[in-house]
Design a binder for this molecule. Structure first.
Ligand code: HEC
Length: 431
């Protein structure tokens, strides 16, 4: 959505109703509202005016809205960052007394429950009952199964993981599977708890046994889609004709659902919302995860380290989304592709990694990566005591790359959601 922003002379002051209200609602209120996950509400003129100095400060610093990717390196379709003009408008509004402009009609708060023109979801796969998170002050990890059985063929065009408890859902990795004959996914337990110090990570065979997903011929379920929720992640919508087919009978496996420590018992009832296309999708989204070739390496206590990915692609790809991933020792991340013709394609740059704000960054148009390009990524880690995000004070040696999420492990991943390239893809916009 574009807002036209006027330029102000010295005699004229911007006001909330006419000039900044709609922008602030659009950029701040989705989180700063009741149940939106932010610590206080910014959803009316009074609430913005009351915190005007604080707002000017975080806007000036670029701390809010949270958007950690460098927009000059690469801009994205789902970018929430303010443009320089928008920033200036908010700062001018505060500097000139944060007026309401009561002569003008008040802007309307957007309907955040239906954030796009998609309307309500066609299918919601929700935990059937609230999950009780123990109040023991420790990280807590579960795997959860939600079966589905559809009346007919279904093709997904947009998807959103909605944490039931935004304050405690730390991240989720989920996968949709189709199941074979003889599987009754309602017969197995809904979830199991992994031990908090588990370094096992995700294990297909374990999950398929516990959730009884092997079919009568002993075959495992087949994966149709794999994705993740991380704090800050928003709805994923695909261009027309792109998406994936849902099997009629299958399960959503939340392979790992990580809850942050809480001193008091709490509950969560997360769900996956799906919007369906009215025609079969012609192009199925694929998923690729790259990691460095140093599994098992250790970042010594008190030191910094840089790890690299250098992987040559086979086949032309059209990228839809990219997701860089590290844990709390992450400092910066940059990824680019070097084509066989010697061109550099910037992919994503996070100059100051913030574990709390990760995204599946969506390209504005499908991004063509020619076959034989080398994907390069550099991730910097800081395991010193001066890194305030370091989970260990004093620092401990950190193992990189076992894929688990505990305080003794770091991680480097670069995830692509893509479709095989077709001529003309460069022109396809993603919203
Ligand atoms: C994606 C969700 C999200 C959006 C959008 C967002 N905020 Fe926030 N905001 C948060 C969360 C969560 C916190 C508390 C954690 C933190 O400080 O990082 C926060 C904290 C703040 C704080 C307190 C910062 C501090 O240092 O304690 C201010 C002020 C603020 N937001 C203002 C804004 C304004 C103004 C906008 C829009 C221009 C905005 N926020 C947009 C989620 C959001």
């Amino acid at each position: 959505m574009f807002l036209l922003l006027p330029v102000y002379g010295a005699a004229q002051s911007p006001n909330f109703n006419r000039d900044v209200g709609a922008l602030l609602y659009q950029k701040c209120s989705s989180c700063h509202r009741h149940g939106g996950g932010a610590p206080f509400e910014l959803a009316s003129y009074q609430q913005f005016a009351k915190r005007k100095q604080f707002i000017a400060e975080v806007v000036q610093r670029g701390y809010m809205p949270p958007w950690t990717a460098d927009t000059h390196y690469r801009s994205f379709a789902n970018q929430t960052a303010l443009t320089d003009t928008e920033k200036q408008l908010i700062l001018t509004w505060v500097a000139r007394g944060a007026k309401q402009g009561r002569r003008f009609p008040a802007p309307k708060l957007p309907n955040f429950e239906a954030p796009t023109d998609l309307g309500p979801p066609d299918l919601v796969l929700q935990m059937p009952e609230p999950y009780h998170i123990p109040g023991n002050g420790r990280h807590h990890y579960i795997a959860y199964k939600i079966p589905f059985d559809l009346p007919g063929d279904a093709y997904v065009k947009a998807i959103e993981f909605v944490p039931g408890n935004k304050a405690l859902v730390h991240h989720a990795s989920y996968q949709l599977f189709g199941t074979g004959p003889g599987v009754n996914a309602n017969n197995s337990p809904n979830f199991y708890v992994f031990s908090a110090d588990s370094v096992d990570g995700i294990d297909d065979d374990r999950d398929f046994h516990i959730f009884q997903l092997y079919d009568s011929l002993g075959r495992p379920p087949f994966s149709v889609f794999h994705n993740g929720y991380l704090p800050g992640a928003t709805i994923q919508q695909y261009p027309p004709g792109i998406g994936f087919a849902l099997p009629r009978k299958g399960v959503l496996l939340i392979r790992s659902l990580h809850y942050s420590p809480t001193p008091l018992p709490r509950s969560d009832q997360s769900s996956l919302r799906l919007w369906l296309a009215d025609r079969p999708v012609e192009r199925t989204i694929e998923f690729a995860a790259f990691k460095p070739r140093i599994a098992g390496d250790t970042i010594p206590a008190g030191e910094t380290r840089t790890y690299y990915i250098n992987i040559k692609t086979k086949g032309d790809m059209s990228l839809l989304h990219i997701n860089p991933h590290m844990h709390q020792l992450g400092k910066s991340f940059v990824a680019w592709a070097l084509t066989p013709a010697g061109d550099t394609i910037p992919l994503v740059k996070i100059p100051q990694w913030d574990f709390n704000w990760q995204e599946f960054y969506r390209y504005e148009r499908l991004l063509h990566i020619p076959s034989g390009s080398v994907i390069h990524a550099e991730a910097v880690y800081d395991n010193t005591a001066t890194n305030l995000a370091n989970p260990n004070q004093p620092p401990k040696p950190m193992l990189i790359e076992t894929g688990s999420m505990d305080d003794a492990t770091e991680m480097m991943r670069l995830v692509f959601l893509y479709v095989p390239y077709k001529a003309g893809d460069e022109l396809i916009q993603t919203d």
